[in-house]
Design a protein around this ligand. Structure first.
Ligand code: CLF
Ligand code: SF4
Length: 316
């Protein structure tokens, strides 16, 4: 790998397996809306002890998020990356997302900025992403075939119109492809996440891998579908199972000869804080709002003092 690229990923815990032992990331949940509906997602479900993408305990304004980043950076000096990953799609909430990045770039310029998106609006915002110096962008790209896409996405909302089935999937896939190429042209490091869904896209992921490699993606992260019925997602309610760990490994292995594969992903919450293996998000909250667990010993509030650090919450 080129020295220059090594430098760019050396402190990013997701892009460098080595870095994930030493460096932490945090997510700020500033982006509630989404412009597509994936059959594996239900953002209404909120539990402080739940851990999967799309789930958060509280939403922040850009100002609250920027403040939280400063508080966390003062407590976790190895926090090198700030990501916006939801709980909806960051680019379906462009003002909130970009305002947050602007504030953080201004107040904490050493922190790397990272964005994770479904890709629908990526071509539209590529210039703004470049301008803000966001050096790492993840696209969740599960298929390159609209027929398969129609089994994964129930609708796509694009330019004020809702599209279903193959028609919707076609638009999404086209924009993801344009986005991937635009990232390459802008020299922004791109990771592709793919959710492995047995019987739907499992065998097809090798083709996805080939396409993204040819289009300059830096890293491929194939993640297992999470589909417990209690999460209330379409796949959870219709009995679609996730892959076993050996099925997952076998697909990752069949792609690994071709490009760098990520195998240390923890499928983070959209408000995760800390090293990838030890989420500390509960130490840095406004309040805890979970019906299944008792309130924390100390609650934090913004008030006039801003966010308060709650070490006690981490031990609940
Ligand atoms: Fe966050 Fe994603 Fe940036 Fe990492 S997470 S926005 S690239 S800083 Fe990392 Fe978490 Fe896996 Fe994502 S372990 S879900 S790959
Ligand atoms: Fe949920 Fe993300 Fe899919 Fe939107 S793009 S429906 S937030 S998983």
């Amino acid at each position: 790998m080129e020295e220059k690229i090594k430098e760019r990923i050396a402190k990013h815990p997701c892009y460098s397996e080595e870095a994930h032992h030493h460096y932490a990331r945090m997510h700020v949940a500033v982006a509630p809306a989404c412009n597509i509906q994936c059959n594996y997602c239900n953002r209404k479900y909120d539990c402080a002890n739940e851990s999967r993408p799309g789930v958060v305990s509280e939403l922040l304004t850009p100002e609250e998020a920027a403040h939280k980043v400063l508080v966390v950076a003062s407590k976790i000096p190895q926090m090198t990356v700030l990501g916006i990953a939801g709980p909806g799609d960051p680019l379906a909430n462009p003002e909130k997302t970009f305002r947050t990045f602007e504030l953080i770039a201004d107040k904490a310029p050493d922190i790397k900025l990272c964005l994770s998106t479904n890709g629908l609006m990526l071509p539209e915002y590529i210039d703004r992403i470049k301008q803000l110096n966001i050096d790492h962008v993840t696209i969740t790209l599960n298929t390159i075939d609209p027929e398969i896409g129609a089994q994964i996405y129930s609708w796509v909302h694009y330019k004020r119109k809702r599209y279903r089935g193959v028609e919707g999937a076609k638009i999404l896939l086209e924009k993801q492809m344009e986005g991937l190429q635009a990232l390459r042209e802008a020299d922004i490091l791109c990771k592709v996440n793919s959710v492995m869904i047995p019987g739907i896209n499992d065998q097809h992921l090798v083709e996805v891998n080939k396409m993204i490699r040819e289009n300059g993606a830096f890293l491929h992260n194939i993640m297992p579908l999470i589909s417990a019925p209690e999460h209330g997602t379409h796949f959870g309610l219709t009995g679609q199972r996730g892959p076993t760990s050996s099925e997952l490994k076998s697909v990752q292995d069949s792609c690994s000869g071709n490009m760098k594969m990520m195998r240390h992903c923890r499928q983070c919450r959209a408000d995760a804080v800390g090293l990838l293996g030890e989420d500390r998000s509960q130490e840095f909250t406004l309040s805890i709002n979970c019906q299944n667990h008792p309130p924390p010993k100390f609650s934090a509030s913004f008030g006039s003092q801003g966010l308060v650090y709650n070490p006690a919450n981490g031990n609940r």
